[in-house]
Design a protein around this ligand. Structure first.
Ligand code: ZN
Ligand code: ZN
Ligand code: ZN
Length: 138
């Protein structure tokens, strides 16, 4: 895990700091999207809120993680699985929120194309499907 995170940070031109490594480990360890409070409850107590915010922003800006819009306007973050970079996030996948366990996952399913009326210019598309996840339904 240590090597993976070091390599990841390096490939995104990020200096390896204990906080960055710890937060990255958490994303590598969990297979679902994480909210601020999920992260805060899992990492060492001596890492303050502001540092967590700053780290998540840096990771998002660099293309290491992406925002996952949750229901009720909440925000979570998940690792980018495709070739994202500081200049562009490249994904168009569906997010799934389980109403049973509360976890939100990135699905390997593309958001279908939506035809908009003339004059509407889409900049960002988010699709959150709510229901029962694989872990809970099988
Ligand atoms: Zn991305
Ligand atoms: Zn579930
Ligand atoms: Zn995602």
């Amino acid at each position: 895990m240590n090597q993976i995170s070091n390599r990841l940070l390096k490939s995104f031109s990020l200096r390896s700091t204990p906080t960055r490594k710890e937060i990255l480990h958490l994303f590598l360890k969990k297979d679902h999207a994480l909210s601020h409070s999920d992260i805060e409850s899992e990492i060492a107590d001596d890492i303050d809120r502001v540092t967590v915010y700053r780290t998540l922003k840096t990771f998002t800006d660099r293309g290491l993680i992406h925002k996952v819009l949750d229901d009720g306007g909440g925000l979570k973050y998940a690792l980018c699985t495709e070739a994202c970079s500081a200049t562009r996030h490249r994904h168009n996948h569906v997010h799934f929120k389980c109403t049973n366990c509360g976890q939100t996952n990135c699905l390997n399913v593309d958001i279908p194309g939506v035809r908009l009326p003339e004059g509407y210019i889409p900049k960002e598309v988010n699709l959150l499907i709510q229901g029962i996840c694989q872990n809970c339904s099988l």
